[in-house]
Design a protein around this ligand. Structure first.
Ligand code: AMP
Ligand code: MG
Length: 406
């Protein structure tokens, strides 16, 4: 029997080592149209009010609220855009459009729906509240307001706000480019018919998709055969092009599992085994500062390790402050078998019933069965040190369909 030279460390210890080796990517200036999906690297404050002037919130008439006149002379029209030199006094009104500046003297707007205009005069309701349908200057944003804080993910409203305060560009963290290498002599591409002993490469596609789900570019490489030279070349090239490298396969105990020795040669291996199921052979290294995960070959193992390690690491690089999915205590609909030697992540569907959360695992949980991830919205965490868990007992579920909250 072969012995591994790598101690099996806890998941927490493994994450600490990843976090210590990961750095935020450089801050860059990007134009408004290219900001989507980036994390803001500066605080943005408003230097102007929004709206910049008292503005009408409706199409209608600008009036003096306290005016008691039954009919008011319409002295003109104020459209959105150029401000007209009107002065509204008791007995007069100005026709006004949504977004137009409120004329001097006026302090309220009566919507068209509540007014009748005939022969140049308008009738409005007997009582009009001062300030009605007027958006005061600075109602949306006041001068000096912190509009967006560093660390905010830029989506549609955030980009709209930047435009509102007059920003044409912003400082953001760069987004990581990730190289994904499939390794294994047995692998052929999906379009090929596997020969005897061969299977199709699914990991490079699944992992690239997992990277792209975060909005980051993925370079898919391979399948690379299990020879030292081919693997060394592929990894070296990938590390030169990408901000992070992922390999799948070649990290377990077989004689053709060559990734770890190659990483020792090219850089520093921080850990080579973790007490998790699936994913025990998970390996983490840095190659001249480029972080590199050696993910296990079994399709479920590689995706679960991606979720638990790679995704939070990528978010750290991209400047996010929140990197962890929300967790929820859930009750088990059925008993779950578990051996206490390591923490296990079982794929499950969590649903809410009568104010309680219930979890049902997605069938056979072997590490090769990708179908166990299809439709799963949670990973049930069965901690190390715990035996089988009975139906009705509760465990922690990591909600993998929810945005990171912590
Ligand atoms: P390994 O760790 O290289 O021994 O791989 C473990 C298992 O995962 C083996 O059954 C491999 O055939 C399988 N495997 C490795 N790489 C891939 C891949 N890219 N796509 C699908 N299965 C894979
Ligand atoms: Mg292999």
């Amino acid at each position: 029997m072969y012995a591994s030279r790598y101690p099996v460390i806890s998941m927490e210890e493994a994450w600490e080592q990843v976090a210590a080796a990961i750095h935020r990517l450089p801050i860059v200036t990007r134009p408004l149209d290219a900001l989507l999906g980036h994390v803001l690297a500066e605080d943005v404050t408003a230097s102007e009010n929004m709206p910049p002037f008292p503005a009408s919130a409706m199409d209608g008439y600008a009036v003096v609220a306290a005016d008691q006149a039954e009919e008011r002379l319409v002295i003109g029209e104020q459209d959105a855009g150029l401000r007209q030199p009107f002065h509204v006094q008791p007995g007069t009104a100005v026709r006004i459009m949504t977004g137009a500046p409120l004329p001097d003297g006026a302090d309220a707007v009566v919507p068209f729906e509540q007014a009748t205009e005939r022969d140049g005069h308008v009738r409005v309701p007997a009582t009009v509240a001062a300030g009605a349908y007027v958006r005061p200057a600075g109602q949306d944003i006041a001068v000096g307001n912190l509009v967006l804080a560093a660390g905010t993910l830029l989506g549609a409203p955030e980009i709209g706000l930047l435009a509102t305060v007059g920003r044409t560009e912003a400082l953001v963290y760069s987004q990581p480019t990730v190289a994904v290498i499939a390794t294994g002599d047995e692998l052929v591409s999906p379009g090929q018919t596997p020969g005897p002993g061969q299977i199709r490469d699914s990991n490079s596609y699944a992992l690239a998709a997992a990277v792209r789900t975060l909005g980051y570019p993925a370079l898919r490489i391979g399948p690379v055969p299990d020879t030292e030279q081919a693997l060394r070349e592929a990894i070296r090239e990938a590390a030169a092009q990408a901000d992070m490298v992922l390999t799948s396969g070649g990290v377990s105990m077989g004689t053709r599992d060559l990734i770890k020795p190659i990483l020792e040669e090219l850089g520093t291996v921080h850990f080579g085994r973790v007490a998790i199921k699936p994913g025990k052979p998970l390996t983490f290294a840095t190659l001249q500062g480029v972080p590199m995960f050696g993910l296990p070959g079994f399709p479920v193992s590689s995706l679960v390790c991606f979720e638990m390690f790679v995704r939070p690491a990528l978010r750290l690089m991209a400047g996010y402050r929140r990197i962890w999915r929300p967790e929820q205590r859930v009750r088990l609909s059925h008993a779950v078998r578990h051996t206490p030697d390591r923490a296990e992540f079982q794929r499950a569907v969590v649903t809410q019933r009568d104010g309680e959360y219930w979890a049902e695992t997605t069938g056979n949980q072997v590490s090769g069965r990708l179908l166990s991830l299809v439709g799963a919205n949670a990973l049930l965490k069965i901690p190390a040190g715990v035996d089988d868990v009975a139906a009705g007992e509760s465990v922690i579920a990591i909600l993998i369909d929810q945005p990171e909250a912590g």
